[in-house]
Design a protein around this ligand. Structure first.
Ligand code: SF4
Length: 495
């Protein structure tokens, strides 16, 4: 049996600055990403604005998710008991290796050489497709965008619209090549028809399906999936065996809680008022749906996140991707720059934590901290707060090593902290800076080049030169005497 690494969510070819630089050079991808995110965001803004209780819904969503996380052990065991009672089988997987082994074992028990799949981020996270293929099982993605990614041997760049970085002409060329359809048109209906024809035969023939789950429902042992194309409904009902892999954080206490998320998720994700297909299923029922049902509950680094009080809110995420669409950094770089299954602002906090800060350490810095992600998040995850918390972790981990402690960056930051702690030291540094900058200032009053580590700033923009007079000096000369004299007058009057 071929094994996969325990952690696969991060592709780890290069860090964010290097990957982002590469992506920024691809003007077609940037154009595609900006167009698509602008369209989705405009739709999202419109349908959320028409909800008078939108803020209440966000607050309710945040509280339900936070409550479930605080009592995760209770709700997961409740889910397991109810799911088992309804005829399902629950498996616990501590990491990617274990989850892959369980799923492959179940597929092999049924001698399946092919499986059909509903779009699932958790299967991407554990590298399931590669593991199945390495062991002689062909996974077939049935979501249109995932199918495009799979046939194009590409990587997803957005978790609601995985092929968002491609335009219609690129998809058409790939379908023509991979489906042997030289006369295929490029209208959306042409592409949808080609995919439908390709998939229909598989829905009817393949006996094992693999899904994810948007929510695990503790009080019934059920699972809920929301989708737009109906491919999910086919995978959930036609095959004999259904295997669902879901992160442990996805549990909600009750069926009733869905009323919040079925309103906030589609509006945040695609700007739809409601998803066309909302499926919930629970165990097995003779003559209706799969004969065998398995749930794999995946930890894979989630428990340590839960244990971190400041970062725990990361697990509230319902994967709507609204934060990606709102993020000015994602707009420019697209998803591949994050080198991770989870892109954008949520990826920037989730990926490094899933890897105990070992990989993706540059990701907490992939943000302008503008707060747009926090404003749109339907479960109110304060992403900037977590980003800063994680940046602190990276710095402290670096400072604990010899190389980090004596790095130019750390020495520079220590020096800055020393200066900022005392007004007179800062004033002296300003005066030294005013004199020292003179050879670097060009005629237009800007500095176009800075030495050493400061060079990062001037690589992409100019720096305005320090003024001849600082605010501190101006205040001392112009305002302080006036303030002192009016204070004296007041004291005289009172006395
Ligand atoms: S962090 Fe919030 S906005 Fe981003 S994907 Fe998760 S739920 Fe959506």
């Amino acid at each position: 049996m071929s094994e996969v690494p325990a952690q696969t969510a991060h592709w780890n070819r290069q860090d964010f600055p290097a990957a982002a630089r590469e992506m920024l050079e691809n003007s077609q991808t940037r154009k595609n990403v900006q167009h698509a995110t602008n369209v989705i965001q405009a739709k999202r803004n419109k349908v959320t604005a028409e909800m008078p209780d939108w803020e209440d819904l966000r607050e309710a969503g945040a509280q339900v998710r936070a409550h479930a996380l605080r009592h995760l052990d209770y709700y997961l065991t409740q889910f397991e008991a109810n799911c088992t009672r309804a005829g399902g089988h629950v498996h616990w997987a501590s990491d990617a290796v274990e989850a892959n082994r369980i799923i492959l074992g179940l597929v092999q028990q049924h001698q399946a050489k092919e499986v059909i799949k509903i779009k699932t981020m958790t299967s991407e996270e554990i590298g399931l497709n590669a593991h199945l293929e390495a062991n002689g099982v062909r996974p077939v993605e049935t979501d249109l965008a995932e199918l495009i990614i799979q046939l194009g041997k590409d990587r997803p760049s957005h978790f609601v619209v995985p092929a968002l970085h491609m335009n219609r002409q690129q998809v058409r060329a790939m379908f023509q090549r991979e489906m042997n359809l030289p006369d295929l048109g490029d209208r959306p209906e042409d592409l949808a028809t080609a995919a439908r024809t390709y998939l229909r035969e598989k829905f009817l023939r393949v006996k094992v399906a693999i899904s994810g789950g948007n929510f695990l429902i503790a009080d019934s042992g059920g699972i809920c999936i929301t989708e737009s194309e109906g491919n999910g409904r086919m995978c959930l009902t036609l095959p004999d065996v259904l295997i669902s892999i879901v992160g442990i954080e996805k549990v909600i206490p009750s069926f009733r809680d869905l009323e919040v998320f079925l309103q906030t998720l589609p509006r945040s994700a695609t700007g739809e008022r409601m998803n066309p297909y909302n499926s919930t299923w629970c165990g097995v029922h003779p003559g209706d749906g799969p004969k065998e049902f398995h749930v794999v509950l995946l930890d894979n680094g989630r428990s340590p996140i839960l244990a971190d009080k400041e970062a725990r809110q990361t697990l509230q995420c319902i994967r709507c991707a609204a934060c990606l669409n709102a993020c000015p950094v994602y707009h420019q770089t697209g998803g591949h720059a994050y080198e991770s299954v989870y892109a954008g602002p949520i990826g920037a906090i989730l990926t490094p934590q899933l890897h105990s800060m070992g990989e993706g350490r540059s990701l907490p810095y992939a943000s302008s901290l503008c707060g747009a992600c926090y404003q749109v998040c339907p479960v109110k995850i304060n992403i900037p707060e977590v980003l800063i918390h994680l940046r602190g972790k990276v710095v402290r981990e670096d400072q604990a090593t010899f190389a980090g402690k004596f790095s130019l960056w750390n020495i520079g930051m220590q020096a800055a902290a020393f200066l900022f702690k005392d007004a007179s030291r800062l004033a002296m540094a300003e005066r030294i800076g005013q004199i020292g900058q003179k050879p670097l200032v060009s005629k237009n009053g800007f500095i176009e080049w800075l030495p050493l580590m400061l060079n990062g700033w001037t690589q992409t923009r100019d720096l305005k030169a320090m003024p001849a007079q600082s605010f501190r000096d101006w205040w001392a000369k112009e305002k302080a005497p006036q303030a002192n004299s009016s204070q004296r007058n007041e004291m005289g009057h009172d006395g």
